[in-house]
Design a protein around this ligand. Sequence first.
Ligand SMILES: Nc1ncnc2c1ncn2[C@@H]1O[C@H](COP(=O)(O)OP(=O)(O)O)[C@@H](O)[C@H]1O
Ligand SMILES: [Mg+2]
Length: 412
Amino acid sequence: MSYSRRNGQNGRRDVTQTTAEGLPAGPSARRTIVLMATEDAVREALATVNDPEINRPITELGMVKSVEIGEDGAVAVTVYLTVSGCPMRETITQRVTEAVSRVDGVTRVDVTLDVMSDEQRKELANALRGGQAEREVPFAKPGSLTRVYAVASGKGGVGKSSVTVNLAAAMAADGLKVGVVDADIYGHSVPRMLGADGRPTQVENMIMPPSANGVKVISIGMFTPGNAPVVWRGPMLHRALQQFLADVYWGDLDVLLLDLPPGTGDIAISVAQLVPNAEILVVTTPQQAAAEVAERAGSIAVQTHQKIVGVVENMSGLPCPHCDEMVDVFGTGGGQMVADGLTRTTGATVPVLGSIPIDVRLREGGDEGKPVVLTDPDSPAGSALRSIAGKLGGRQRGLSGLSLGLTPKNKF
Ligand SMILES: Nc1ncnc2c1ncn2[C@@H]1O[C@H](COP(=O)(O)OP(=O)(O)O)[C@@H](O)[C@H]1O
Ligand SMILES: [Mg+2]
């Protein structure tokens, strides 16, 4: 006896029984049976639905309140949102409907949204934090596999944020999990340059960072109304940076880039305290004066016992639009000068990781939120930036880039 099936509508399947010879067993053998959807099957389908912000299955996040299956195959799912005004409510409803509709025997899906209680939100925040109630900077823990680069410069306007954003986007395009903290409290510009216009959402006291071009980003600019200037003193800056590092849900990152304010201010010292293993990436222009201040900014690493990963020279020459020559708008040799100076002061070799020419497309990309490494990857600036990203990103990967061949018990 064998069965040949053909899909019917509304979860019904016509099942025709045939004899061993493959002949129909006669009219009496033909009947219609109704396949009932099971709760297990529906929950299995729900396990494929990720929360759009936390990016984990809603079943693991305790977001499925109830599943009810009617006799007619109609399924009612109630989903907990983390906050009542959740901007993702439509996305969640749609994802749940799609996933459950695919289950055999389901004729209709009704999604009801509820909101987590304070208690549930606390539990979720704890789970996301890996059971740690206290604020700890995950990147500072001895076992952390995330490489943290603090991007520093002596003065503003040398292209520190442009370099940060493009390195981040290039690494993300290479498949790395990347986060950026815009720690330039006074001159925050990273979200705009990255095209991240989303707002962070809060689950209890965990902050979910928006992302753009595959990069998670958090900036002080996201917490101030409009474009209000921020006048903060040292302790508050320290507190803000600590929050960005400890209370933002970054997940497993391969690389975290910190865009620091220019100079040798409080934030650089806070970084050293909060993430002692952060390595410093110094950005300078080829100009002598800029190079001198960049070197001073880099020397702070000696006092804080941090490693300097290298120097990036930005705005190194303008390719002449009419000939093949380079116009050295800001002079030459600044990057090498800083690297040599820092090698002397730190006693460790500090390399020049690359030189980025002046390129209008890089500036335009920054203004439009479309990093040049993505829009024009083979332009001179784009390829210089991608090469630096390759050097920094390829050095060592976090766990997220490796297959361990086993399923961690605690997925958080
Ligand atoms: N290589 C480059 N070519 C053209 N314009 C650049 C380049 N690097 C930076 N810029 C532009 O210079 C300005 C300052 O850069 P920015 O990244 O904001 O510097 P910083 O963060 O050091 O203050 C921005 O308008 C940016 O688009
Ligand atoms: Mg900047």
